[in-house]
Structure formats: structure tokens, C-alpha cells
Design a protein around this ligand. Structure first.
Ligand code: URA
Length: 214
């Protein structure tokens, strides 16, 4: 294990250094790629697929956080490039956002078998990578896609008392303090939920307008 990673895991604090955002994000990519202690590493190698680290602007003001890669994402190493990705693209356009100006990632960086829901221990193992991505990119808005990332982000930013079913929280904006300053958290349904559900797609479109307004 690299010395700085060891220190990071021990202290939970990102050391100040002369490294660029690009260097720091590349370190995350390399650690995930080499992470043979990660719970879905064997699944990745067995299926000869890729982890999905994240994609987009390293200076993004908005970071979208999904759940875990699906089949297309694991085959290409890119987040949201399958059916759910097409819906996300549509939603971004409807909110006047360009994919290349936001950052898109997931909590779990490897595809769970048969797209099952991520297990608590998988979320625990991969979450530190997401936390570091937030510290490095320093977005002012975290837009969670689905209940797993919503719960994780609300818990991470000590908004325990806000926890509720996503049907109650979608479209709401929460204020929180990140290590880089004040942030807003916007809870959104997962785009995959809208694949066969027109009503939910309309709800998502409406909720995405919140992003436009903040
Ligand atoms: N679903 C997710 O949560 N993330 C992806 O990258 C693709 C589908």
C-alpha cells in the first residue's frame, strides 16, 4: 500500500500536497484498479470487465452519485452509458446541463453480480473512494441518484434526522458542511426507475429543474 494511502486510511484526512486534482483522481483510479482486497474485485476479474471510477469535469459544480455500474458500464468503464444513462442524458439536457461540465460517479465502483443491490459491506469498502472524490473535486452540489447514494450522503454529512423513504425526499435540497465548505444535497430518483415509468420520468424532470435553479 502506498505510504500516503496508508496515512489517509489511518487518519481519514487528505494531506495537503502539490498534487493536482488530476494526480489525486488518478491515484484513486489506480487504487481501485489494483484493489484486490475489494469485495467485487474477483467478480470483476472473473468477468473480464472494468471498474467504473467516474467521469466528467474535475472542477464540476455538480456531482451526480449513482449506485453501482451495470452491464454496459462494467463493459466500458464509463458511468451511466446504458439504458439508465440515456435517461440521465435526457434529464441533463432538460435541466440545461452538459454531461462534460458535471461529474458522474457511483458509490460502488464494481458491478455487483446480476446487478443486484449493493451489500452494506460493499458500500463500506468502496465509499472511501467516493469521499475522496468529493474532497478533490469540491462540488457545491451533490445530486444523489437513488436511495443508496441518498442514504449514504445524508449519513456522511450527519443529516441522520432527515433520513426517510426516497418517495418523501426526492426533489428536496439539504444544506450541509463539507470539508471544502457549504454544499447542497439534492435527492433524486435513480434514472433506471424511470425506464418503464413515464410518470416517474416526469417527476425526475421536475426534480432536475431544482438543479437548474440552484
Ligand atoms: N446505474 C448506476 O447506479 N450507475 C451506473 O453507472 C449505471 C447504472
Amino acid at each position: 500500500m502506498k505510504r500516503e494511502l496508508k496515512k489517509y486510511r489511518e487518519n481519514g484526512v487528505m494531506e495537503k500536497s502539490n498534487k493536482t486534482k488530476h494526480d489525486l483522481l488518478k491515484e484513486i483510479r489506480d487504487e481501485v484498479l489494483d484493489g484486490n482486497d475489494l469485495p467485487l474485485f474477483e467478480e470483476r476479474t472473473k468477468n473480464k470487465v472494468y471498474p467504473v471510477i467516474g467521469e466528467g469535469s474535475h472542477d464540476a459544480r455538480i456531482m451526480f452519485i449513482g449506485e453501482a455500474p451495470g452491464r454496459n458500464e462494467a463493459a466500458t468503464g464509463r458511468p451511466f452509458c446504458g439504458t439508465a444513462g440515456k435517461i440521465l442524458d435526457e434529464l441533463l439536457i432538460s435541466a440545461g446541463l452538459k454531461r462534460e461540465e458535471v461529474y458522474i460517479t457511483n458509490i460502488v465502483k464494481d458491478r455487483p453480480p446480476r446487478n443486484r443491490d449493493p451489500l452494506p459491506e460493499e458500500i463500506r469498502a468502496y465509499a472511501p473512494f467516493l469521499t475522496r472524490q468529493i474532497e478533490i473535486i469540491q462540488p457545491s452540489v451533490l445530486a444523489t441518484l437513488g436511495r443508496y447514494s441518498m442514504n449514504f450522503i445524508l449519513e456522511t454529512f450527519n443529516l441522520w434526522e432527515e433520513l426517510a423513504p426516497i418517495s418523501k425526499l426526492h426533489g428536496k435540497v439539504f444544506e450541509a458542511n463539507a470539508s471544502h465548505g457549504a454544499i447542497k444535497i439534492v435527492a433524486l430518483y435513480h434514472p433506471a426507475a424511470a425506464v418503464y415509468n413515464r410518470t416517474l420520468l416526469d417527476t425526475l424532470k421536475k426534480d432536475f429543474l431544482v438543479l437548474k435553479n440552484i
